[in-house]
Design a protein around this ligand. Structure first.
Ligand SMILES: O=c1ccn([C@@H]2O[C@H](COP(=O)(O)OP(=O)(O)O[C@H]3O[C@H](CO)[C@@H](O)[C@H](O)[C@H]3O)[C@@H](O)[C@H]2O)c(=O)[nH]1
Length: 471
């Protein structure tokens, strides 16, 4: 199935006929698609013709949640929808099945797309592929097309992924990524400007989901070879955040923070914008913003503790209570909770315009699962972060936020593995009162802004990338 963005009338715009044409291919999850879309805007705004390939399933979701993605505002970014190889009725809830199918069918779709673009005189100059799409290397090489890989996650995660062979050789992890007794209780220094890594920080860690853990480890294992062979590794951070990590990776180009800047952020759920007018009615720096990205889950017991912790704190809060945040159906609140918390004091939304929320002056801090995009959202708006990691890179991101960048605090579970309401209340109070953390957050925000200004590190990296793909 092809969407209207692929029609020849659309492709043959005279002003763009000779433009450099970049095709981007993202893995179809929110934490990858959102930064891909923001990167697409950056390229398109500099006159590059941009085609972003998404699965049909995802395309339908994006159109339902942000129909503007198909409109005037995003005209220079063409979304092309391709089948993911699964039957229409499949709910796409089995991550492994989706992943395997994508790897099987995506090369064929890309081939068709390039052939079609060639026929229509829109030759593709460069492919930007998700860093886990190793198949794109051979594909681009055969067709003599430049290839960049995009790493949507954290500097620490990249440093770790690239160290996997050495860690196995040194007997620190086994060939499945499981820490050996040598690592237990010890720390590994991946780069002088990263906090030491413990066995709890391994980015493939997915508590309670062995299949996902194995899948993430295998993808990361393959990344080292992928990145060695591609021309550039594009990343969503700015050089000054972890300058030494970049020094060890020759072809790295940090371009972040990647921002939507008011354009549709490519979210899978419709944004509830009423939270912005609600924020307008709150005092400056008063609100706790609570959001756990697109995949993290909490038990109903944890949701209760969170709700009661926020109540104990007594400050206004805005809570993204996304569907499937709990393992069962939708999360419930403790008895009488919604009556006790007036709407003026606590607002729940299924999905928020996160970039805009965090930039709002009423927000005091961000209770986050530490997904990398949310971490960059927090850093680029100077909002201190209370860390509640759930799986994967989020544990090491927590260490970076708290011990590396020093812009947050972390929640600690009790002896039963529960983050109690008292811990939540205490840490939120401490975080809000911590002037040192606020100062660090503001400094990083300024550095992030500086990196995007003309002559700043990310701006220069983007210009250099564009110059090179034009050659
Ligand atoms: O109400 C909300 C909540 C989130 N977001 C956006 O959704 C994205 C969420 O991304 P992220 O914070 O990275 O979380 P996940 O969706 O969980 O992302 C997955 O992908 C990331 C990048 O690889 C990893 O760092 C995470 O651990 C992994 O779970 C960000 O762009 C947010 O701005 C919204 O727009 N509104």
């Amino acid at each position: 199935m092809e969407h209207r963005q692929l029609t020849s009338s659309n492709l043959e715009r005279p002003d763009q006929e000779k433009a450099t044409h970049v095709v981007l291919v993202s893995y179809p999850i929110q934490g990858h698609v959102a930064p891909f879309i923001k990167l697409s805007y950056q390229l398109a705004s500099r006159g590059i013709k941009v085609t972003l390939v998404v699965t049909e399933f995802l395309h339908a979701r994006l159109m339902a949640s942000q129909p503007e993605l198909d409109g005037e505002q995003c005209d220079q970014v063409r979304l092309v929808a391709v089948p993911d190889g699964l039957p229409e009725e499949d709910p796409r809830s089995d991550e492994r099945k989706v992943g395997e199918s994508i790897f099987k069918v995506m090369p064929g779709h890309l081939k068709n797309l390039l052939n079609k673009a060639n026929l229509e005189g829109n030759q593709v100059t460069c492919i930007i592929a998700d860093a886990i799409f190793g198949w794109a290397l051979e594909f681009a090489e055969k067709r003599e097309i430049k290839l960049a890989m995009f790493w949507p996650s954290t500097p620490g995660g990249l440093a770790l992924a690239l160290s996997i062979p050495k860690l196995i050789e040194a007997g620190i992890i086994d060939s499945n990524g499981t820490p050996t007794p040598t690592m237990k209780g010890n720390k590994v220094q991946l780069s002088p400007d990263l906090p030491p890594l413990t066995d709890g920080d391994l980015v493939w860690s997915y508590p309670g989901n062995q299949i996902a853990q194995k899948m993430i480890f295998q993808s990361l294992f393959s990344i080292q070879q992928n990145l060695e062979k591609c021309c550039w590794i594009l990343c969503n951070w700015f050089h000054e955040l972890n300058p030494l990590v970049g020094d060890t990776i020759p072809n790295i180009l940090p371009l972040g923070p990647l921002l939507a800047n008011g354009k549709p952020a490519g979210t899978f759920w419709p944004e509830d914008s009423t939270c912005l007018s609600w924020l307008d009615r709150q005092p400056p720096r008063s609100v706790i913003y609570v959001a756990f990205g697109s995949i993290a889950k909490h038990s109903q017991h944890q949701i209760d503790e969170l709700a009661l912790g926020l109540e104990l704190l007594g400050r206004p809060f805005l809570w993204v209570n996304r569907s499937a945040l709990t393992s069962g159906s939708s999360s419930k609140f403790p008895d009488g909770y919604e009556k006790r918390i007036p709407a003026s004091h606590g607002k729940m939304v299924p999905w928020a315009p996160q970039e805009k929320v965090l930039a709002h002056p009423s927000v005091a801090c961000f209770l986050s699962h530490c997904g990398w995009n949310s971490t960059m959202d927090g850093i680029s708006t100077g909002v201190p972060i209370l860390c509640w990691p759930n799986f994967a890179d989020q544990f090491y991101n927590r260490s970076c936020i708290c011990d590396g960048y020093k812009v947050g605090l972390c929640l600690n579970p009790d002896e039963y593995g529960i983050v109690t309401r008292h811990e939540i209340r205490r840490k939120l109070e401490n975080l809000i009162a911590d002037e040192g953390i606020r100062g660090n957050s503001m400094r990083l925000k300024e550095m992030a802004e500086e990196s995007l200004r003309k002559g700043g590190s990310s701006a220069k990296n983007l210009e250099s990338f564009i110059e090179q793909i034009k050659q």
